[in-house]
Write a new protein. Sequence first.
Length: 530
Amino acid sequence: MSETLQYIGLGIMSVLNGPELFSIFGIGVPVAIVMLMGGLLTGIAVGATPGLAGPMAMAISLPLLISAFGFTPDALLPVFAFLIGIMKGATLGGAVPAILFNLPGTPDAMMTTLDGHPMAQNGQPKRALRIAQLSSVSGDTFSDIVLFVCAPFLAVIVERYLDLPEKTALLILSISFIAAVMGASVGKGLLSVSLGLIAAFIASGSDLSPRLTMGIPALREGFSLTAAVLGVLIVGEILSTLEELWRNKHALKVKDVENRGAIDGLQRGDIRRIVPYIGRGAVVGTMIGALPGVGSTLAATLSYTLARRRHRAITASEDPQFGTGVPEGIAATEAANSAVSGANLIPVLSLGIPGNAAAVFLILAADSIGGFNPGPAVFTFTENEINPQLVTAFGIFTLMALGNLLNWTVGGSFMRAMGVLAKIPAHYLLPVVLLVAMTAIYFQETSMFAIWTTLGFGVFGFFMRKMQVPVLPFVIAYILAGPIERSAREAFSASGADPWFLFKSPISVAFLVLSLAAPVFLSRGGKKPS
């Protein structure tokens, strides 16, 4: 317990005593806190702009941040701070266009429109936004608390009871599960994972012999991880959105909210009404978010459905119901989709497995800078020696707690001022975003091959979307290909070159059986591609 408290203190001090960016009245302001604030405001602005999303802003920011801060361990917390700020701010800001203009920027925000926009049309936009802020930040705070408790606990269990064969089988299980739960069909999910693994294995292998390079010298080092991921996730999304806007003749109509003379702002009894729905939504979002590959759309939909059923059971038939602008509908949705963000980092920090697009960019940051490798080893206590990765982990926890504090205070005011961004035409905005993304890639890689790689993977991602093949399993498989190969090689060597090393342990056999069972039992029902 004393060691844990020591590391908590070191994590807090690593943020507060970090390099100072400037001083106010002689008091130094740490760069990590400034970056957190900047990322939070950027995320709110991005979330409030239809056509943009938090992962898009994180993708553009990452190469620029690394270029600015370099590759030293001192760069870890400032870079993480900005990315965490974007992640938290975009979740909060996503409610703005959904409520004010009935324009859900993300699929999970679709549920917010059902009650948020009717409330705004009734002349109470500020009330709707205020309820969304309280619910979103409450759900986010709850999931962060669960993250702080569960991630170290899960990592310790994995490190204590799982050896190399079991860890290899666990990684195989994770990509099998992700393939099963993402996409319109399990076949397309498995296809996406397979393509990601194939693309990741194009390079010189561990024995330095060319592998899948087709005799092209430029491919001996493989594709840049950042370029490939940004290409498929961001450039592909931009191309797909531009094509859809062109096909629909720029159909993004914004209607101003009419003020019908209703009293705006929080009303007496609102908080008491929404607290039970926030609590249930936070629990639903946290449970779903802790599963790799299961996104906030499912959490928002499930929470809204459960809340509507509960609301019908306890109210009279003549009372306002869900879909007409009731506070409970906004609260249930926003608490659930915000609770996913913190819980999604549980598999990231404890297992090194990304669960959503935002987590992908946190892993990319750690991989690019070095000195921090998300996974069970992070939470290892070493005798007579400080584990710097554990200090960084508690520094990340500190940044997330400070991010929630900022969302409780300044986030709401900035969120309500961002409604004007929803009026920017997406067909003007997205080409600028594409140009900035390409510039950011060149800043980090300083190579035209990286630019062509990004564009190539962008076109590839565009056609994946056209064929309704989910792109996130491709990205996660691309990231996990290296750890799977390293873990399998190490386990193979440790077993004395036994080709059946995965079948020597009951735990690894159980994981492999679950890997086969996941596509069979988790593929029922139509799911939209991610």
